[in-house]
Design a protein around this ligand. Structure first.
Ligand SMILES: Cc1cc2nc3c(=O)[nH]c(=O)nc-3n(C[C@H](O)[C@H](O)[C@H](O)COP(=O)(O)OP(=O)(O)OC[C@H]3O[C@@H](n4cnc5c(N)ncnc54)[C@H](O)[C@@H]3O)c2cc1C
Length: 490
């Protein structure tokens, strides 16, 4: 009989792991607690509108191509990808915004308009960011985080100083204009930490932004989940939804199986793509590697308050992706990381996928997704959600010079309590654990359990970190470790 692998969860990392393991010859079964697959990247369908519940930015298309090419496929075998033009816009005040176009040349022109001499500096900054991107992809992110030696290559040694400076310092050294500073600090927010806590080396995210561009899969990010589901099924993976795992059974330091809906499912190997902290609670205490104190001390990426809104008309003065940075970045960041509380004046992000994709909303209507980053662990009540919706929607009306409140057909919200209920997320985090210097590579929670020989972890809490591309990579890394440690029984 073939060796069997049971996988907990059906997010990007679990689906990726399932494909690699099935290709390697294992008999793979996925157990997902929710009624639909995709984890944080699920989809909301309502009144003819389609919303991505989680990720909306498709960055680093090369990572998706590499994933599919490992199976002799291309993204275009499954979904249609479009480069957004413009990529996004950023509001700083009423009717005051900068549009980020789809090529570096155009972006340089926009920068030069804001600050004389900045286009040259941007060129230099992005060249360095590109070199970091190439090194990150070639030498770093595809490592399993087992040893510090993984970080030491001839290319990285030359960049060592960039691990001891921060994005914030680097950006401010070159650019004086506060608006340009905010735009250049924005991409690392995807890594879950403040720019002042993110090593300079992560400027590779700026290359992903300005150098590679922002893409959109037609019909939304969920198409990527559906593509991976098709691929997994082609490779023979079985996917069980409505199957919450209640326990991981361990005997003599070896995982024997999973319990779901009261039934035991035996396997030779277990991989969990559910949040790391939660997975450990499925084990008896003696088999948990990390204490509550360990998790308590970690810097988690933010949680979010999200709204999915159907508008009864087309909106003006917004793009597919629109950022609202008209308030103090640092004060909001303090309310997330230093002194956790609901921010008085939140910055927020909005996506209007129906601006470029007619599949997202019925004709003449607009689909809007609004996101406010919040500290994990905060109180979450219907009253707070309403209060903050009213705050941002009033600001939105002023900033974009239009009335929209009376055109809202419906709004659905998603916040900390939902992250906990739907994903078993630690303190309701949205994007896992931040990529600070002390939480990078081999310093992150490990892919392989030290206490249970055949138990493995994948996903945004382990290596390489938060985001869709890293989750795809994490699935590959864990599959490589499994195949290295456990030969296939036939
Ligand atoms: C609001 C939001 C916006 C984001 N925006 C972007 C973006 O624009 N671009 C980008 O690249 N990234 C973005 N991200 C990050 C990205 O979505 C995540 O990094 C990625 O989807 C995480 O995948 P994962 O497989 O690690 O975890 P998850 O998607 O969380 O998958 C874990 C799965 O395990 C399941 N599970 C949990 N407990 C159990 C159990 N006991 N039994 C069975 N199943 C269980 C969960 O239901 C879930 O399906 C965003 C995330 C959020 C939340």
């Amino acid at each position: 009989m073939k060796s069997t692998v049971n996988i907990i969860g059906s997010g990007f990392s679990s689906l990726a792991a399932s494909c690699y393991l099935a290709k390697a010859g294992y008999n793979v079964t996925i157990f997902e607690k929710n009624k639909t697959i995709g984890g944080r990247a699920r989809q909301l369908l309502k009144n003819g509108f389609t919303f991505d519940i989680g990720p909306t930015w498709y960055w680093m298309p090369d990572v998706f191509e590499r994933f599919f090419s490992d199976f002799d496929k291309k993204p275009s075998d499954y979904y249609t990808l479009e480069k957004l033009s413009p990529a996004y816009s950023v509001y700083f005040g009423e009717n005051d915004f900068i549009t980020i176009e789809d090529t570096l040349e155009k972006i340089k022109k926009a920068f030069e308009k804001e600050e004389k001499g900045s286009s040259k500096k941007l060129n230099k900054f992005i060249n360095k960011a590109k070199s970091n991107y190439d090194i990150a992809i070639k030498d770093l992110v595809y490592n399993p985080g087992v040893s510090p030696l993984e970080l030491i290559t001839p290319a990285t040694i030359k960049k060592i100083n960039q691990f001891f400076s921060t994005i914030k310092k680097d950006v401010r050294k070159e650019f004086k204009n506060e608006r340009l500073v905010k735009i250049l600090e924005f991409p690392v927010l995807f890594l879950g930490a403040k720019p002042s806590d993110t090593p300079s080396f992560y400027s590779f995210m700026n290359y992903a932004d300005f150098g590679l561009g922002t893409f959109h899969p037609k019909k939304g990010m969920y198409q990527v989940i559906l593509a991976m589901e098709s691929l997994a099924k082609e490779l023979g993976v079985t996917i069980n939804t409505n199957s919450p795992i209640e326990k991981i059974i361990v005997e003599n330091g070896e995982a024997k199986g999973l319990v779901s809906n009261g039934k035991t499912y035996k396997s030779n190997i277990i991989v969990s793509g559910a949040d790391y902290h939660h997975t450990e609670t499925l084990l008896d205490k003696e088999f948990r590697q990390y204490s509550e104190n360990y998790w308590e001390k970690k810097t988690f990426a933010p949680s979010s308050l999200l709204f999915y809104v159907g508008f009864d008309k087309k909106l003006i003065n917004v793009n597919h992706h629109t950022l609202f940075f008209d308030v103090d970045f640092d004060v909001h960041a303090e309310a997330i990381y230093d002194n956790p509380k609901w921010p008085d004046n939140p910055l927020f992000y909005a996506s209007f996928p129906s601006k470029t994709d007619s599949n997202s909303a019925p004709e003449g209507k607009e689909a809007g997704i609004f996101l406010i980053p919040l500290a994990p662990g905060l109180e979450d009540t219907p009253e707070l959600r309403d209060l903050y919706f009213n705050k941002i929607i009033s600001r939105f009306e002023n900033l974009t010079s239009q009335n929209v409140k009376k055109d809202i057909i419906f709004k659905e919200s998603f916040c900390l309590n939902d992250f906990i209920k739907d994903y078993n997320s630690y303190k309701g985090n949205a994007y896992g654990m931040a990529n600070t210097l002390m939480q990078t590579a081999f310093l992150r929670p490990k892919l392989k359990s030290k206490l249970v020989t055949n138990l493995f972890f994948t996903g945004q809490l382990t290596v390489p970190g938060p985001g869709v591309p890293p989750s795809l990579i994490s699935g590959k890394l864990v599959a490589d470790l499994v195949t290295k440690h456990h030969s296939i029984l036939v």
